[in-house]
Unconditional design. Structure first.
Length: 195
């Protein structure tokens, strides 16, 4: 327990910090009781924030915000700039797959080698890939419009199940799903850039 001081401003700051900690603890308990992960909460808040920040006059230009190779972002084409990826749930999906099929370890290493403006990519969380799968048609149409590789087949995620298995996302025309399989299997890898 923190003791009160003679300074009312310090006391107010202490009180405010304690109330915030109590609120965070209450939210944490509610999440645990309802089986909600922090990643799902972050993704939900990111989705709401993305929708709020879309400029009304630019919505007709791009259905998703684009990040360019120089790290800048925009809702419409930018003269002289090359698109790097599509922003979805506060993360950027690279327009291109790895040049060849990779094992899970190779896929994770490949994604970590890809950087943009000092930020390191990863293979993406299963939670993100589930959300990507839910918007597969819209994302693929836009990615193809930008000259990128369609999200299709099987793509490794960053999640390892155990020493032998890891998760991957399956895109149409096959059954849309998130599954685990042998890490030695060679599948697609798609870098994801956290923003």
């Amino acid at each position: 327990m923190i003791k009160k001081t003679e300074n009312p401003i310090i006391n107010f700051l202490i009180y405010t910090i304690m109330k915030k900690k109590e609120a965070i603890s209450a939210i944490d308990r509610i999440m645990k009781d309802n089986g909600l992960t922090r990643e799902e909460l972050i993704a939900y808040w990111a989705q709401a924030q993305e929708q709020e920040t879309v400029p009304q006059n630019d919505q007709e230009k791009y259905p998703f915000e684009v990040i360019f190779t120089d790290g800048s972002r925009a809702w419409k084409p930018q003269k002289g700039k090359t698109p790097w990826g599509v922003i979805f749930r506060c993360q950027a999906i690279c327009l291109k797959n790895a040049p060849e099929l990779l094992t899970w370890e190779e896929a994770v290493a490949y994604c970590k080698e890809i950087t943009l403006r000092g930020k390191v990519c990863n293979a993406g969380s299963p939670e993100l890939w589930i959300q990507i799968l839910s918007k597969e048609a819209e994302l693929n149409e836009f990615i193809k419009q930008l000259g990128g590789d369609e999200l299709k087949g099987h793509i490794w995620t960053a999640k390892e199940e155990d020493r032998c298995w890891a998760n991957f996302a399956t895109f149409p025309p096959k059954c849309q799903s998130l599954t685990a399989y042998f890490k030695s299997t060679k599948l697609n890898a798609r870098p994801i850039l956290p923003l």
